[in-house]
Ligand binder design. Structure first.
Ligand code: GTP
Ligand code: MG
Length: 222
């Protein structure tokens, strides 16, 4: 998102070999599940066991050299989980292209809140073609041994709710933080490639038939 309200940037240099993209990702879920810890681990490589509640929303940037000619700047929006900030989510979600929904795998109640977060998200944000944004579920604090939300319950929930993947993560012990984020970035990159492909078909066809340009909805939504 830039100051003109665009969802992402693509900058191509003079000879067309380098592009730079900006993606806004959301990190949401109940308070205390480890959203800030995940963002901090991913962007700074650090972890602290002190709990400092997030007020409203925070954000952090992570730059990725995605491939030889693509740089991706990820803007990670770390949204406060406490209910008293819930009324602001529509504003925070604007222009997001993907989301990680986090729960604490050692606390069932935080898993039971996931439908609430998912509905809020699906109601308030879609890609500009109307498709739902890619989502990943993070079962955080997997380093805590003892009670755990049953894994088959998580898998079942994902299947029933069209969530393609979930990861056991630990911000504390750096388990799957990078992999889960890379998974989400790959999803968005694939959608962008699909979008560019659809656009090129429309352009080609409109050239062939001499039509005016019309942007059709992609049917992929996946
Ligand atoms: P809000 O800002 O209130 O929405 O909470 P949050 O989801 O950002 O939680 P935060 O990242 O602040 O973490 C809450 C507490 O859990 C802190 O004391 C963290 O140190 C701890 N924590 C976070 N991730 C992990 C983890 O993977 N393992 C363990 N054992 N503790 C964690
Ligand atoms: Mg926080």
């Amino acid at each position: 998102m830039n100051h003109e309200g665009k969802r992402d940037w693509t900058i191509t240099n003079g000879n067309g070999t380098t592009r730079e993209m900006l993606f806004k990702f959301l990190v949401i879920g109940d308070y205390g599940v480890g959203k800030t810890a995940i963002v901090r681990r991913y962007t700074e490589g650090k972890f602290s066991s002190n709990y400092k509640i997030t007020i409203g929303a925070d954000f952090a940037i992570k730059s990725l050299q995605w491939d030889g000619n693509t740089k991706i700047n990820l803007q990670l929006w770390d949204i406060a989980g406490h209910e008293r900030f819930g009324y602001m989510t529509r504003v925070y979600y604007k222009y997001a292209v993907a989301a990680a929904i986090v729960f604490d795998v050692s606390r069932l109640a935080t898993f039971q809140s996931i439908p609430k977060w998912l509905n809020d998200l699906r109601e308030k944000v879609t890609l500009h073609d109307g498709c739902p944004i890619p989502i990943v579920l993070l079962a955080n604090k997997c380093d805590i041994h003892g009670t755990s939300v049953p894994h088959d319950l998580i898998t079942k929930f994902c299947k029933e709710n069209g969530i393609a993947a979930w990861f056991l993560t630990s911000a504390k012990e750096n388990v799957n933080i990078e992999d889960s984020m890379t998974y989400l970035v790959q999803k968005v990159v694939n959608l962008k490639a699909q979008e560019a492909h659809n656009d090129s078909i429309i352009l080609r066809d409109s050239g062939r038939h001499g039509n005016t340009l019309s942007k059709e909805k992609s049917s992929c939504c996946g």
